[in-house]
Design a protein around this ligand. Structure first.
Ligand code: PXL
Length: 294
């Protein structure tokens, strides 16, 4: 038991360097409070140097509410950027990937392989789906490509829909039990070869929402109050705060709790503004995030 306790509380980072540099790879949705416009400010607010590699540029995100969007894929830039980084010996302590396209997955794997410092963390948010459906920009073969990017991740953080697509099992929206959630986590851990799973959007009772955390040995859970709304971009707010907190030396359970609390606070800052339908006002909750990191 003592051994398990130590394992559970262990920090994912083994190297003791004080300041970490993280590279996040995801799209720029110019407007809409998601992906890089969330990750860059949030991880920076955590006190972590945040480098970015934009996977694409969109005028706005693709979720319901916007009628259309522009999309410029930046795959072609990736090998050139890597070649230049290699000339400059640029390396990273952590990688956090989000919304990416199919063609760039092999380049991203190569970038991680060639720029990782010893002990670097690979954090994958397999952004592609929610509420039982793939996002508008992805076709039916995307999940099997995303599964390749998950291989070897230190932390994989799918929502329930993404977990179902990654494992190619039917999506169950409600009335599941703890056994079902733990089986999903075990399959993600074993079949996708990831070290830790944070499964989000888990709810066993109407008033609580949270996540299951599995390290290949034990489970932990973290729940917050469930607010009566679902808002766009909250997955990115959660993942960014989790990644930043891990780089600050928090354990995975602590980082997941910080991320979940920050999402709740960001929703509370937004909920009374009926015109603010496209994202959450995570900016207003930044002081709260910093307070939690102390
Ligand atoms: O929040 C995830 C996300 C990121 N980027 C783009 C999106 C979405 C979700 O819809 O459309 C472009």
């Amino acid at each position: 038991n003592i051994v398990l306790l130590i394992f559970n509380n262990s920090k994912l980072f083994r190297n003791k360097l004080m300041d970490k540099r993280l590279l996040t790879i995801q799209d720029i949705s110019c407007v809409g409070q998601c992906s890089l416009t969330v990750a860059l400010p949030v991880i920076s607010a955590c006190g972590i140097e945040t480098a970015i590699l934009p996977s694409s540029v969109l005028s706005n995100h693709t979720a319901p509410g916007f009628s259309a969007w522009t999309f410029n894929d930046l795959t072609d830039d990736m090998p050139n950027i890597l070649a230049q980084w290699k000339k400059e010996n640029i390396t990273f302590d952590a990688f956090y990937t989000g919304y990416v396209s199919k063609t760039q997955i092999p380049y991203i794997q190569q970038i991680i392989k060639e720029t990782a410092r010893p002990g670097a963390l690979k954090i994958v948010d397999p952004v592609m789906a929610d509420n039982g459906k793939l996002y508008a920009g992805f076709d039916a073969d995307f999940p099997k490509e995303m599964a390749k990017l998950c291989d070897g991740a230190d932390v994989l953080m799918p929502n329930l829909t993404e977990a179902s697509f990654l494992l190619d099992v039917p999506y169950v929206a409600e009335n599941y039990d703890k056994q079902y959630i733990e089986d999903l986590c075990k399959k993600l851990h074993d079949e996708l070869n990831v070290k830790n799973v944070v499964l989000t959007g888990v709810s066993f009772e109407p008033s609580k929402l949270g996540c299951a955390i599995y390290n290949g040995t034990d489970f932990d859970y973290y729940f917050t109050e469930k607010l009566p709304v679902s808002m766009h971009g909250t997955g990115d707010v959660f993942a960014s705060a989790l990644a930043g907190s891990l780089c600050r030396g928090k354990t995975l359970s602590q980082a997941a709790a910080i991320g979940a609390n920050y999402v709740v606070e960001s929703i509370k800052q937004t909920i009374d503004d009926k015109d603010h339908w496209y994202g959450v006002k995570f900016e207003k909750a930044i002081p709260y995030l910093i307070e939690q990191l102390k």
